[in-house]
Ligand binder design. Structure first.
Ligand code: PGU
Length: 403
């Protein structure tokens, strides 16, 4: 039999969220009376709103007619790519710079294939685990090394630095993963901070993979929603984005990636050309039904629905944050983001996770699962039904959990 792939072997334990699901099942089996509330994985819970849902339904129905049938459309609907450019980028990108995907996670994986094993990786620490785990899978990062992985430059984002990293630590020629509003800290970079990131990338010959999956949660008009709001970004960044958290498409699956034509490798070759070549080879396009739903979500009525849905989850976030703060627990996020990053100084994240599960029957996400600097934190997700969130907060208050 063929040997096991060394890169797969290098991955530590399981992917974070299945591990949490395993612990939940274990707890439920030993506590059959428990009424567990999940504020763990960031999975949307509310129905898709009627106008957007109708666009999905109509597209599915049309597939059953001769006039409405369509097959492969690898590069994505032209009208959707144009609409994304208008809604999110003030029309500055052509449709051939916007690639429709089946979600941000999937495109992050394909981008890792594009950049390959010989790339230096720098990540915000903590960060969405796919950046690091995916880099291990392609061989760009090595085996586990204490709390982290060899070959990854971890850029600590802590309470002390306001959750924005020290950019002088970024090695020249790195691929930098940057997420704002951030998962898991909930911190949203200011215009000055993102400007400094773009400046550092241009100076050091780095390429930024900017993850804007939570951009629709930004309410402060001074905060940038896209890396491309900053001058110079088109020469040093790609942006992945998603309909998951804005339109409730976590199960429908739809996202996009912007790869500007101005973006060039060290040798002057076009990154956009390579991305078109790679995606045409290993991806057959997003579902045509999902794309029609995306168009629905981006017209005037759909934009109102997105606002209502994200307002609802932000309402949850405010309730959770208020409850934690009333218990003296210091938190970040929850204002322009659906995550609340709660600090338990000196404690182990998994131990706090277990305590909250045991005492309150609430599932959270242990901060150390997002990187070494996540130790002593747990993440609360604001994705949940309102009654569940209120009940979870009542339990937290009742048990008087302490920082
Ligand atoms: N990017 C970020 C920063 C995310 O947090 C998530 C989901 C995605 C991308 C995925 O977007 P899709 O368009 O749906 O692919 N993060 C969730 C879900 C866990 C997971 O493994 O994706 C979370 O709880 O962190």
């Amino acid at each position: 039999m063929i040997p096991r792939n060394r890169c797969v072997q290098n991955l530590k334990a399981g992917y974070l969220f299945p591990e949490i699901a395993r612990r939940r099942r274990e707890f439920a089996a030993s506590h059959p009376e428990a009424r567990i509330i999940s504020l763990g994985v960031g999975n949307t819970t509310e129905p898709i709103l009627p106008h957007t849902n109708n666009a999905l339904v109509e597209a599915a129905r049309a597939l059953g007619t001769a006039a409405g049938y369509s097959g492969y459309a690898d590069e994505g609907l032209l009208s959707l790519r144009e609409r994304i450019s208008d809604v999110f980028y003030a029309g500055r990108f052509g449709p051939d710079e916007i690639f429709i995907s089946d979600g941000a996670k999937c495109d992050i994986g394909r981008l890792q294939l594009l950049f390959g094993a010989r790339t230096n990786i720098a990540v915000q620490d903590p960060s969405y685990p796919v950046y690091v785990d995916g880099s291990v899978l392609t061989g760009a990062a090595g085996s586990g090394n204490g709390a982290g992985y060899q070959g990854i430059t971890y850029l600590p984002c802590t309470r002390e630095n306001g959750y924005f990293p020290d950019l002088s630590r970024v090695p020249p020629g790195s691929l930098i993963y940057f997420c704002s509003p951030n998962n898991p800290t909930g911190a949203t970079a200011t215009r000055e901070q993102l400007g400094a990131l773009v400046g550092a990338a241009l100076d050091k010959g780095c390429l930024i993979v900017f993850d804007g999956a939570y951009c629709e949660y930004i309410r402060n008009p001074l905060l940038p929603k896209s890396i491309f709001e900053l001058d110079g970004a088109a020469a040093c960044a790609v942006e992945v984005n998603s309909f998951s958290k804005s339109a409730g498409f976590t199960g429908v699956r739809l996202g996009w990636t912007v790869v500007p034509k101005a973006l060039r490798y060290a040798g002057g070759e076009s990154v956009n050309d390579d991305w078109a070549r790679l995606t045409a080879t290993v991806f057959n396009g997003a579902s045509n039904i999902a794309q029609a739903g995306g168009l629905g979500a981006l017209d005037a009525e759909g934009r109102k629905e997105t606002r209502a849905l994200t307002d609802f989850y932000l309402g949850n976030a405010g309730i959770i944050r208020g409850a934690l703060q009333s218990l003296g627990i210091s938190c970040a996020g929850g204002d322009n983001s659906p995550y609340i990053w709660a600090c338990f100084p000196g404690r182990d994240s998994w131990e706090v996770f277990e305590e909250v599960l045991e005492t309150c029957q609430i599932i959270t996400t242990p901060g150390s699962g997002f990187g070494p600097a996540g130790q002593s934190f747990i993440r609360f997700s604001a994705f949940g039904h309102r009654a569940c969130v209120e009940e979870a907060c009542a339990r937290l208050r009742r048990t008087g959990i302490k920082p």
